[in-house]
Design a protein around this ligand. Structure first.
Ligand code: IPM
Ligand code: MN
Length: 359
């Protein structure tokens, strides 16, 4: 494979600190697995917006599109009103780069505490495939009589056959590839009993595509019941496929099951040939902790593992994942900010040390 070209957006708050550790691990694993890569840093985020008044400058998307992948730290700045960076950067890149899969593994690493009493790493190990370009995220809607007692607001959920089919098909393929020894099961999570138009489209599409995958159990849960089962019986799940909004919500629940935002990573994936995907820790920019070296970099390092797995370096990705598990399993006291027993940089160093030992 040619040199891997990665665009790095460290972002705001503690984003740069965790990104530094993620890149430290990338450098170490590249040396061990003998692959080459190059980085280019971009200063997009709250600081730049406050200085220039623009979130992404002209031509930014076209430039980012030429990279094999993007590594994002975190965006979110206390002086920037909510929605601007989220819409102008994160959602903009997801949409413009057509990253129609949001892949969010829910995996409890050894040694990590879960709030679920009596559950361990063997029980909490599933993956959520969240559709990432449609639903209420499209920004379709408006106000009528704004600011009056008669105000009306609409926020329309858009679902297309193409949009749900490509996501569902990818999820079936992924379930097949994952090949869970306990059995391959893909659960559609939706709300077909109430959303009788949009989620009917999802359900019918799911049933159609399922016929092409007789080796995968095609299963269905209502989203409310799914929240209950994720807590009561997480071991039931193998792969979940769901809509953008529901995927957003249930993956926060998933994140806490696996030890919290310090651990959870995700990928915004455009699986088409030449597609540019973006990997990120799921946590925010945690501005109050900026520069204190207390934030857990495991999620950002996990994002690098995912990036490598999906960008032509699966052996390196697996190696990083193993090193992470060695560190959570034998070294770290906790996954919470300030309670790890180590600084942000020390956790990065521990993962680098563990890389050499695995395999
Ligand atoms: C996430 C976040 C984003 C989302 C926000 C920041 C726009 O919550 O990645 O889950 O809703 O998708
Ligand atoms: Mn979210």
């Amino acid at each position: 494979m040619n040199k891997l070209r990665i665009a790095v957006i460290p972002g705001d708050g503690t984003g740069p600190e965790v990104t530094t550790e993620a890149l430290k691990v990338l450098q170490a694993v590249a040396a061990l697995e003998k692959f080459q890569y190059e980085l280019e840093h971009f200063d997009y985020g709250g600081e730049r917006y406050l200085k220039t008044g623009e979130v992404l400058p002209e031509g930014a998307v076209e430039r980012l599109r030429t990279f094999d992948a993007i590594l994002l730290g975190a965006v979110g700045h206390p002086d920037v009103p909510p929605g601007i960076l989220e819409k102008g950067l994160l959602l903009e890149l997801r949409f413009q780069l057509d990253q129609y899969i949001n892949l969010r593994p829910v995996k409890l690493y050894p040694g990590v505490e879960t709030p679920l009493v009596g559950k361990g790493p063997a029980d909490i190990d599933f993956v959520v495939v969240r559709e990432n370009t449609e639903d209420m995220y499209c920004g379709v809607g408006g106000f009528l009589k704004k600011g009056t007692p008669d105000e009306v607001a609409t926020q329309t959920a858009i679902y297309t056959r193409k949009g749900c089919e490509r996501c569902i098909r990818w999820a079936f393929d992924f379930t097949r590839r994952r090949n869970n020894p306990k059995g391959r099961r893909l659960t559609l999570v939706a709300k077909t009993n109430v959303l009788t138009y949009g989620h009917s489209l999802w359900d019918r599409t799911f049933q159609d595509v399922a016929r092409e995958y007789p080796d995968v159990e095609a299963d269905y849960n209502h989203v409310d019941a799914c929240c209950m089962w994720m807590v009561k019986n997480p071991e039931y799940y193998d792969v979940i496929v769901t809509t953008n909004m529901f995927g957003d919500i249930i993956t926060d629940l998933g994140a806490i099951l696996q030890g919290g935002m310090g651990v959870a990573a995700g990928g915004n994936i455009n699986p088409d040939p030449g597609g540019c995907s973006m990997y990120e820790p799921m946590g925010g920019s945690a501005p109050k902790y900026t520069g204190q070296q207390v934030i857990n970099p495991i999620a950002a390092i996990g994002a690098v593992a995912m990036l490598l797995e999906h960008t032509g370096q699966p052996a390196a990705g697996a190696r990083v994942l193993q090193a992470i598990q060695a560190v959570t399993g034998t070294k770290m006291k906790s996954q919470s900010a300030g309670k790890m027993g180590y600084s942000t940089a020390e956790v990065g160093d521990l993962v680098v040390d563990a890389l050499a030992a695995v395999r």
